[in-house]
Design a protein around this ligand. Structure first.
Ligand code: NAD
Length: 354
């Protein structure tokens, strides 16, 4: 098995077939009582893990809810507190990892994550939950998995639309990390490599979902983009998506994909060097155009209209965004934000100029 070393990150085990190393990784952490969380797509993997780990698994959850509503996680947290669980293992997409993080946070228990999408949460100390219908997020080292196991074979079943939108969501983390105040040479090279890998890997699976070599590349890309997210403050793109997600409950990854080219265009003249690097990684004339063309080519979402964004609420959205504190190369500009949202709504093509 390959282990990968990145600063401020979990221990990473990365290899096709790495699922078979879960038992030895649990032993390495010296854990004896496991709660196994799996989403609906990972039922078969959870069954094989249970048979491998045997009596170590004392609790299991086989259903998750996106954005971890308190009504869903609360009873699970109570159950875990009353048990002697000393390790949470999550297997599935970002929603499974997200539930694992809330249990790790509320019950002070270590987490091992086995991701099956490209969300990147398994590399971060960021948690998210829904409280009184509001999504809240925060950072806490307690939720950074102790170990993350990347097994590309688990991602071969990921349908095209989830793969490509989840990939665009991962790219968004890397793009915004490049113009974050914390950027350093390690973040920069991880982010640019992550973007380039996604551009080729998403094209690689768009005609053959079972392409294990492209799937392996994509999972490496999601590790690098997740690393970028963990070590940098996100800008206006994430502020917009957080606001739209909270106000209209739009689907997370497709919304990121539709907004990203236009958020990048908004920042183009305020982070020119960084966005020209993104354009180069995408081999495109500009970052905005490169991202839009990639999304179009692989079938990711480019239009907010198609996912139910109500354009007539744009002024309200702009007011919410202008009243929030966030870091971004370009200061808040009401008219430019309205234009950004209108372009993302129609999904029109950015122009060729950088
Ligand atoms: P998801 O976990 O909701 O999964 C989407 C769908 O794909 C689900 O139906 C799931 O069952 C299915 N699926 C997952 N893996 C599969 C596979 N290999 N084969 C077939 N189907 C599969 O979606 P997501 O995009 O992975 O995660 C989104 C969530 O993660 C959001 O709540 C988002 O806020 C959060 N997130 C958190 C961070 C962080 O750092 N905290 C980072 C990124 C995303």
């Amino acid at each position: 098995m390959n282990t990968v070393s990145l600063s401020n990150s979990p221990r990473v085990v990365f290899a096709p077939g790495a699922l078979s190393s879960v038992g030895s990784e649990v032993s390495l952490l010296n854990k004896k009582r496991v709660l196994l969380i799996s989403d609906e797509s990972a039922t078969a993997h959870a069954t094989s893990l249970k048979s491998e780990l045997g009596s170590l698994v004392i609790e299991s959850i086989d259903h998750v809810v996106m954005h971890v509503p308190d009504e869903f996680s609360g009873p699970i947290v109570d159950r875990v507190r009353a048990s002697e669980v000393d390790l949470v293992i999550s297997i599935g997409g970002g929603s499974a990892t997200g539930l694992g993080k809330i249990i790790a946070l509320d019950c002070s228990i270590d987490l091992m994550a086995i991701p099956t999408t490209y969300a990147g949460s398994e590399m971060t100390s960021i948690w998210g939950r829904t409280h009184d219908s509001q999504k809240v997020t925060g950072r806490n080292p307690a939720v950074l998995p102790k170990t993350t196991i990347y097994d590309p074979e688990l991602t071969v079943s990921l349908p095209l639309s989830i793969s490509v939108n989840s990939g665009m969501n991962a790219i968004a983390h890397a793009v915004e990390a490049l113009y974050a105040p914390e950027v350093n040479s390690e973040i920069k090279s991880a982010a640019l490599e992550g973007i380039a890998i996604f551009a080729s890997g998403l094209r690689g699976i768009s005609h053959n979902l079972g392409n294990l070599s492209a799937r392996t590349d994509l999972l490496r890309g999601s590790m690098l983009c997740g690393f970028s997210l963990n070590n940098a403050t996100m800008g206006i793109h994430h502020k917009i998506c957080h606001t739209l997600g909270g106000m209209f409950d739009l689907p997370h990854a497709p919304m990121h994909s539709a907004v990203l080219p236009w958020a990048v265009q908004y920042n183009q003249n305020f982070a020119t060097t960084q966005l020209n690097d993104v354009a180069e990684a995408l081999t495109a004339p500009s970052a905005a155009l490169g991202l839009w063309e990639l999304a179009k080519e692989v079938g990711a979402q480019t239009s907010l209209k198609e996912i139910g964004y109500p354009l007539d609420r744009t002024n309200e959205v702009a007011d919410v965004i202008s009243s929030a504190k966030y870091t971004n190369p370009r200061p808040f500009n009401h008219n430019a934000l309205v234009e950004l949202l209108s372009n993302a709504y129609t999904g029109s093509r950015p122009n060729d100029e950088s």
